[in-house]
Design a protein. Structure first.
Length: 345
């Protein structure tokens, strides 16, 4: 009977202690979150409760499983299993803590900074840093788990002896992957492109939606996703409309008859711009930029706070001014003469 009660008591005691410790940790974090509302760190750390409980429970069982007599005939296997679980749960806890710290830091910075470009830059950097830390923790945890097996230690020593040759071979084989990896770090800290930037790549217009260490995703205006290696943005030219500020200037063109009322069009353009909320008021003008034997080219210059508003503004100006010309000055529209020209006096 003792051989049954002792393991059950130890396991039950470990579970109860784990539940109580998790409840106390969550209580302390909730109180800290309510007391320090200026930072979301304590609220984010509450997500660490489950991995913390797994680490605590596994540690208690790992320290007492031999004395408790848990599966005495398979003590070595039980110890190995608990060690693997402890390593994996510790890595899980470390990743959760790092994620909470990074997210809290970014949230506080974003709340205190009004410059949207700087916020996007920091967001890109902390996202890539978080993924690097996660990858490092996972690799270290996996290596630690493998080294608990004696055959893997011998293999590790053999690999260490030939690390130079393997490093050269791996570098040649993974040249493209390493290029993308370093390109991702260059993008993160070189501030060439950020999450949320409006870019034009391969004649496709869209916003940068995700940046990883190996690839970058652009969401186009029609909600398609273009995924490309990050090395593209360090080796080829592309347009970044958000670089140096999101404000943009755009043009609208019309081809009209030579008798078009240019002066009246200038006045009408100002009335149209005043009624369109996307216009930011920085600039708006109209001029004749070219002429052909049959038409003149009229160009309007308008401004908006970002690319989305600029597109909407250009479409609205084009539509309103054409509608006004059709209704008030139809003679200004281009046409083909079907009668002989008047003779010169």
């Amino acid at each position: 009977m003792e051989n049954v009660l002792r393991p059950v008591t130890v396991i039950g005691g470990a579970l109860v202690a784990t539940l109580i410790a998790g409840w106390l940790l969550d209580l302390l974090l909730r109180r800290a979150d309510a007391r320090h509302t200026e930072t979301p760190l304590w609220g984010l750390l509450r997500h660490c409760r489950l991995p913390f409980q797994v680490v605590l429970c596994t540690s208690l069982l790992r320290a007492s499983y031999r004395r408790a007599g848990i599966l005495p005939d398979h003590a070595f296997g039980v110890g190995r299993f608990l060690t693997l679980v402890l390593i994996a749960s510790a890595a899980w806890l470390a990743v959760r803590i790092a994620t909470a710290v990074v997210d809290s830091t970014y949230a506080r910075y974003a709340a205190a900074t009004e410059d949207e470009a700087r916020v996007r830059r920091v967001r890109t950097q902390v996202t890539l840093i978080q993924r690097v830390v996660t990858a490092v923790v996972v690799v270290v945890a996996a290596a630690a788990m493998l080294l608990t097996f004696p055959p893997m230690r011998t293999l590790g020593a053999s690999l260490l002896a030939s690390a130079g040759v393997l490093g050269i071979v791996a570098g040649i084989a993974a040249q493209a992957s390493l290029s993308n990896l370093f390109a991702g770090l260059q993008i993160a800290f070189g501030d060439t492109v950020r999450i949320g930037d409006t870019v034009v790549v391969d004649k496709e217009w869209g916003r940068v939606e995700e940046i990883t260490l190996t690839f970058l995703t652009v969401r186009t205006w029609d909600e398609r996703r273009i995924t490309m290696p990050v090395s593209y943005f360090t080796s080829k030219p592309y347009e970044n409309w958000s670089r140096g500020g999101a404000q943009m200037t755009g043009t609208v063109f019309w081809h009209l008859d030579h008798g078009a009322p240019i002066g009246l069009m200038r006045e009408r353009l100002q009335h149209i711009l005043a009624e369109i909320p996307e216009w930011d008021g920085r600039g708006g003008g109209l001029a004749v930029t070219d002429t052909t034997p049959h038409t003149v080219q009229v160009r309007a210059v308008v401004t908006a706070k970002d690319a989305d508003d600029l597109w909407t503004l250009r479409c609205a100006v084009r539509e309103h001014l054409i509608t006004w010309l059709v209704a008030e000055h139809p003679y200004a529209l281009p046409h083909i003469a079907t009668t002989p020209a008047a003779e010169a006096p």
